[in-house]
Design a protein around this ligand. Structure first.
Ligand SMILES: [Zn+2]
Length: 274
């Protein structure tokens, strides 16, 4: 079985077949799906999603940072008390599109890390052409709240407590190890299956599987051979088998390792799950 750690089932691209998409995921062995929010309304939609195997994150995407104010950020914090919420996200910086002014993106990102720290929740990070700035802000926030998530640190672990995931990771292997050493997982989407996978393939073969999560980022970034089409969680096995190949592992072991990490980070599933 697999976990899709990042799928926007609430997006309108699923309005005609949301239930069927969840069922196709289950049929493909994708037992749990994490649905990040992009603003207050989308976060509420994620929470009201009726399938018990679909969990939610609440937050303002950097694209939507310009819509955030004190009141709506407080609303995000209130929503984060809902039992379906497993993280604050997706939050971060996007300097590729710059749909929101950069200073607003940074202020809203910081405010949402603070929400996560007050609630002791992990964060789901989006970063595009902004990885250095993102890492700097996260490091600063960790320094300010060193106890954040600290009860989840494993005794004798070489790594800090799991604090979140850099989703759709687009940096190189050295940067991936940097965020791993800060207590973050690295998640690679269908890009890793492309012929020109570039850095995604470098990261998938260099960073050990215990630090990786699987994600589709549906409805975007469909893996080969569905590239260019709408993506959906049922495509996770295609991504898992490519990562398995690059890791020299079986698909089963890749699934086991990444599931364990997702369970640990998000606290999902039943007690005693693998
Ligand atoms: Zn996303």
């Amino acid at each position: 079985m697999f976990i899709d750690s990042h799928a926007h089932l609430t997006s309108k691209q699923f309005d005609d077949d949301r239930d069927e998409a969840v069922q196709r995921a289950l049929d493909a062995g994708v037992e749990y799906i994490i649905n990040p929010g992009t603003d207050v309304e989308d976060s509420k939609r994620a929470l009201s999603e009726k399938h018990t195997n679909v969990y939610a994150c609440v937050g303002f995407h950097p694209h939507d940072a310009k819509k955030a104010d004190d009141r709506s950020l407080q609303e995000i914090e209130e929503l984060s008390n809902h039992h379906k919420v497993v993280a604050i996200g997706e939050i971060g910086l996007d300097f590729h599109y710059d749909f929101s002014p950069r200073d607003m993106q940074e202020a809203v990102f910081k405010a949402q890390i603070q929400i996560a720290q007050r609630r002791n929740l992990p964060i789901v990070i989006h970063t595009r052409e902004s990885i250095q700035e993102t890492v700097a802000l996260v490091e600063e926030a960790i320094a300010q709240q060193p106890l954040w998530r600290n009860q989840f640190v494993t005794q004798h672990s070489r790594y800090p407590a799991p604090k979140g995931v850099f989703h759709c990771f687009s940096g190189d292997a050295a940067l991936a190890w940097k965020v791993v050493n800060m207590g973050f997982y690295v998640s690679l989407p269908g890009v890793v299956t492309f012929k020109n996978a570039g850095l995604a393939a470098e990261v998938a073969s260099n960073v050990s599987v215990e630090h990786l999560l699987l994600e589709t980022d549906s409805p975007y970034l469909a893996p080969a051979p569905h590239r260019g089409k709408r993506n959906e969680p049922a495509n996770i096995p295609l991504i898992a088998s490519k990562i398995a190949e690059l890791q020299n592992l079986t698909v089963e072991d890749t699934a086991r390792a990444t599931n364990y990490s997702a369970f640990k980070l998000f606290g999902i599933g039943e007690v005693g799950s693998p």
